[in-house]
Design a protein around this ligand. Structure first.
Ligand code: SF4
Length: 99
């Protein structure tokens, strides 16, 4: 087996997952804010699924579709009230069974 086959890129591995969207019921919500905290802004680089983005206005936006439920944003931003975090409802969210 070649080294390329052993070490897939993160994007290739994420492609193995499936995500069932719970339309209109995001399991993570971001609180309205004027300027994001350092931790919230950091999520635009730390979220492995790329759910957090920085808008032109400087505010941080969240699209929870594709969330891997890793909990990084929960640890960094939930206690401060910047986000509310729950697991998706049963049957929705990430499916890891493909790899
Ligand atoms: S739980 Fe992990 S994957 Fe999901 S939005 Fe937070 S940092 Fe991203």
């Amino acid at each position: 087996m070649g080294i390329e086959a052993q070490f897939q890129k993160v994007e290739e591995k994420l492609y193995q997952n499936r995500y069932l969207v719970d339309a209109g019921q995001p399991h993570i919500k971001i609180a309205p804010h004027e300027k994001p905290s350092k931790n919230l802004l950091a999520m635009t680089h730390l979220c492995p699924a790329g759910c957090y983005t920085e808008a032109e206005s400087g505010q941080v936006e969240l699209a929870a579709d594709g969330c891997l439920e890793c909990g990084t944003c929960r640890v960094l931003c939930e206690e401060s009230g910047e986000i509310t975090w729950n697991y998706p409802r049963g049957g929705y969210g990430i499916l890891f069974k493909f790899g």
